[in-house]
Design a protein around this ligand. Sequence first.
Ligand code: BGC
Length: 824
Amino acid sequence: MVTTTRRLRAHRAKYVCAKRHLVSPLVALQLPGVTSTSILASAAAFALFAGACTRAGSGAPDLASTPASVALRPPLTPSDTRMERFVDSVLAGLTLEEKLGQLTQNVLSAAVTGPQLPEASTADIRAGRIGSFLGTSGAEVTRNLQRVAMEQSRAKIPLLFAYDVIHGFRTIFPTPLAEAASWDPAAVERAARVAAAEGAANGLHWTFAPMVDIARDPRWGRIIEGSGEDPYLGSVMAAARVRGFQGADSTTGTPHKLRDTLTLIATAKHFVSYGAAEGGRDYNVADVPPRTLREIYLPPFHAAANAGARSVMASFNELDGVPMHANGELINGVLRREWGWDGILVSDYTGVMELLNHGVAADTAEAARISIRAGVDVDMVSTFFFKKLPAEVAAGRVPIAVIDSAVRRVLRAKYERGLFEDPYRFSNVARERALTLAPAFVAEARDMARRSIVLLKNEGGVLPLRKDLRAIAVIGPLADDATSALGAWAGAGRPEDAVTPLAGIRQAVGAGGRVLYARGASADTADSSGFAESVRVAREADAVVLVIGEREDMSGEAHSRSSLDLPGVQNELARTVYAAARASGKPMVAVLMNGRPLSVPWLAENVPAIVEAWHLGVQTGPALADVLFGDFNPSGKLPVSVLRTVGQVPTYYNHKNTGRPPVEGIRWNSKYIDVPWTPLWPFGHGLSYTTFAYDTPRVSKTEIGPTDSLTVSVDVTNTGARAGEEVVQLYVRDDAASVTRPVKMLRGFRRVMLRPAERRTLTFTLRPQDLAFYDLRMRHVVEPGSFTVWAAGSSDGGQPVRFRVVGTTAEVPDRGPLPAGWRP
Ligand code: BGC
């Protein structure tokens, strides 16, 4: 038998790249507007290989673990016959235990540094019991661990290093929900590109992001990690992030550059309906009807798969009695067979083990068996695959072909990353030093942060503030909280890297300006002893900026809340400071920092200017100051409805009409008696320092066939005195269909920068896919009838225009929510 090492050598000699370019990281990262900086100049010395090798041929999909009764789509990954031959040859040389080792992922603390390696882990690597690690990073550590695999194990298969690079590795960007508020997929793609470059320079190959779960319940702490409530916006953001992490190249149409050492394998997670946790309680049961699953929860995964995500993570929840780690119908059925996706399906942390708690597995062997047969390839942390599948295979309960398919997927990823050629290619200490917190990355983080800010209210033009005010009071428990600025899931981020709102405002006003600071209260206790000091500084200043909301540990995984109110005594602090500011005629701005949209009805009613600043990452302060002082005109829009009270959960813009649609002032219809039925601020809302006027949209045809497309055009004018960017949103409604349809569905959006008085026409295409839905028989169809369209700056605005679909119902294949080849 040829040893793996010899095969590798032979393979290395044969693997000739058709196009191999030496490019600077500047080019490879495609960061527009970033010119030569010291960091990039120094990093350029590495002359990174960015040219992907041309892939030839098209191989058959691997069907071993999927039922064969349904027509299969070709795999979405570029097929490479050389890769397949190589992978087969590696596979042929592995024992069953070594194969299962490839399917086993273990956690290794990030605290492990330097040459000291934990003996338990190195013993596992040596014995071939491990294929990938989670949670460890660093060029040196990963090199040392890799060396054990390459020099001391029998099979000599390189390890994969995975990590939750969610919104940055060390250069922390805004949280994903905040980034989604930018409605700027190009910027979001750049942010993911930077996160990947920095993560990969720290020895990583694989990130467990993007999270693409739709969330209609802000109590759920993980709402912070996704793109909000809408499947279309969520799909756009999912695709943008996958492209960014994996290095899609728009200029050449290359779907990913995983051979490139500036990229990471992306993982769309958590498959599927994790965000529908009952009661907003993390990990809870999801009860989602099939049509809602298809139309709301699955589309962002479909978009991520189409964008080439090489990995998907199963979710912790059960769906209609079937835990997702046991859900072959959705993993093998929908994801693999129907969509033709052929990447690595990784379990969530102990997800395989949790089948015992779910009560679908009586013992550990059954948990392993059910889950690998359902399509889970990699067992994160449970180690049940490794321990239990040998006996299951021997007894004929798990076909070896199922194991082989899973191992192939892992080996392909290692091959695509170039690890069989050079296992140490991501473990370069000099590159790590050069790219970690690189100034160009920090500049991107600032740009992303200011694009993520949403101006919720600006009565009387309180904002922007003048920088030459005599004194500004900055008050509130989050004003100088660097840890909270980073937000939940902050990777390897450090508070000392973050610029707080207070520091950002101080920098902006410079030495000439006075900034008075009072913490006022803590974010969550009943202590109001700081109120008096807050009142004092509010009186002394010319303007008041109150920074309140949630600390970073009030959202995220296992951090759900039963209330959406400002925690602690922050509402009382706001009232007290407002009274002081008002009495002395001072303008006041409330800046909200939070992981979830908060219910702030008192603020909305009383405080003239309110800014939604989420958790914006290392550049929170400068980005916020850019907006507060008008150096950047805000253009963010809400990716999620802001509710008046937690009692309104769930409230989302794309709801159904009901038989008694709510009308204020009339009794017997669908509302509350104690609070309006509408949100405080709707999905898509966000103001600018200028104003925009929309004309009535025009449709290219008033009648189309069910498989035709049409265009919708709208004229938008900047009616204010400043240049500004507007996010023009296109909404559609199917007025009557065989099943009820949402009152509005986002089907497109476009950013447009307009000078004062400038008018531009924006044109959108509506395709059959945009009008289709799942009918009574779960066919994806366009039905004849009337449709209404709006183009507006928010989900609650716009003038309606109608068109008709004529003819007979047509079935339209569901190829995912975005047009083929979509790119920002
Ligand atoms: C989370 C995942 C995460 C994994 C590894 C789990 O608890 O649900 O999103 O990727 O841990 O850290």
